[in-house]
Ligand binder design. Structure first.
Ligand code: DSN
Length: 433
């Protein structure tokens, strides 16, 4: 397949070209869809805080021979023959994960962050146990206790909340709630919280009420691995994460601990407790991504993510938007649209920006009066744009593009003009290949 089969803006690595060529011959329908998606990613600005662009090495490790194997069990103790190289790659992934996060135990088999939480909860709690966590409406995650989720179904969930004025964690208030509800497990770590988490303060609260502390660092894992955000170790008893956000690996989950007894329980609750055969192709790609994250370049990358988020946040404030909690310390920010335009909703903003080639997600802000499918806010993050090589000045320009679209209430002519500026910016900053 030659590059003329994708848009001229898309520059593909040789293995991706071969894949499309193969699919063109065998399955043109899927080939067309994949080509369109490659084109979409290459020509749009990705500001969804939980997304990123993996390296070709990570991507192609996912599409490798490792997918053909059942490897239930763990290295050296499998239920299937033929696992010698699967043992090697899983051991390598585990070793690199331990080194990356500075802890004694890693389970690299969870299929996702939610799967990691299922296994970790099963390891730490009896059904009906009490979990103290931040609700999703305030920036938590659905697997931390949302009613229709497994967490809200099988456990007794008690909420803590952000301080109404600062929109930040209030450790004294969390401690007071913990004393009242006497939780078995306390969760810290969030999907839409832009401030540094004080893991030591959480551990002090957990110790006072004799609870387990679980840090779900899915969003900030890359920042933690690179030392740009404080580590949950040695404070958290157990740490769960995804591998595909700031960590820039394949879509998947990971569980870490420094406690041998917990480690044993977690292994049993991942397999056979909650999963069967591990996704060995994903585990191979996790090993590749962890190897990338151990390089000095990854630390530079993570510092730039945070610098870019600061620049974007300041520029948006300058355009009249309000940032929840007043700003950001990490890779993301929650933008309250109402001070810019009282009628503007997150849903409209998301749709208009997508027309202009800027991809974001609507997000409820703390105490949002609007419904979750409407919202008054946007959640913006800089990991993917930083992967493309954008720096602070470029993020200020992105803030200007966002404001042009929203100021014009999504006017089609303005969106079309911004779309061209976005294409030009994407050409200046091609995806890694
Ligand atoms: N859905 C993810 C996010 O966007 O933050 C969390 O799992």
């Amino acid at each position: 397949m030659t590059s003329h089969m994708t848009s001229p803006d898309v520059s593909l690595d040789s293995m991706s070209r071969q894949l499309l060529e193969l699919l063109e011959a065998q399955d043109p329908d899927v080939a067309r869809i994949l080509r369109d998606e490659a084109d979409r990613q290459a020509t749009t600005l990705e500001l969804i805080a939980s997304e990123n662009h993996v390296s070709p090495a990570v991507m192609h490790a996912m599409g490798s021979w490792m997918t053909n194997k059942y490897a239930e069990g763990y290295p050296g103790k499998r239920y299937y023959g033929g696992c010698v190289f699967h043992d090697e790659v899983e051991d390598l992934a585990r070793e690199r994960a331990r080194k990356l996060f500075g802890c004694g135990f890693a389970n690299v088999q969870p299929h996702s962050g939610a799967s990691a939480n299922i296994a970790a909860f099963m390891a730490m709690l009896a059904p009906g146990g009490t979990i103290l966590s931040l609700p999703i409406k305030s920036g938590g995650h659905l697997s931390h206790g949302l009613k229709p989720n497994f967490s809200g179904t099988f456990y007794n969930i008690v909420d803590y909340d952000l301080d109404a004025e600062t929109e930040q964690l209030d450790y004294d208030a969390i401690a007071a709630t913990a004393r009242e509800c006497n939780p078995d497990l306390i969760i810290c770590g969030y999907s839409a919280y832009s401030r540094t988490i004080d893991f030591a303060a959480f551990r002090a609260i957990a110790d006072e009420v004799d609870a387990i502390l679980l840090a779900d660092i899915a969003h900030i894992a890359g920042l933690v691995a690179s030392g740009v955000h404080p580590s949950p170790f040695p404070h958290a008893h157990v740490v769960t994460t995804t591998t595909h956000k700031t960590l820039r690996g394949p879509r998947g989950g990971l569980i870490l601990s420094d406690d041998e007894a917990i480690a044993k329980k977690v292994d049993r609750k991942v397999f056979p407790g909650s999963q069967g055969g591990p996704l060995m192709h994903i585990i191979a790609a996790k090993a590749v991504a962890f190897g990338e994250a151990l390089t000095p370049a990854f630390k530079t990358y993570c510092r730039q993510i945070v610098a870019n988020a600061g620049a974007l946040a300041d520029a948006l404030t300058g355009h009249g938007y309000r940032l929840c909690s007043g700003g950001t310390d990490n890779h993301l920010m929650l933008v309250d649209l109402r001070p810019r335009d009282a009628d503007l909703t997150g849903a409209d903003a998301e749709a208009w920006l997508e027309t202009a080639g800027i991809v974001v997600n609507k997000n409820g802000i703390p105490n949002d009066p609007r419904k979750p499918m409407v919202t008054s806010g946007l959640r913006l993050g800089t990991p993917a744009l930083t992967t493309r090589g954008l720096k602070e000045d470029d993020l200020r320009a992105v803030a200007g593009l966002i404001d042009r679209v929203l100021d014009a209430s999504g006017d089609p002519g303005v969106c079309a003009a911004v779309r061209e500026d976005v294409r030009a910016m994407c050409r200046r900053f091609p995806l890694p290949h």
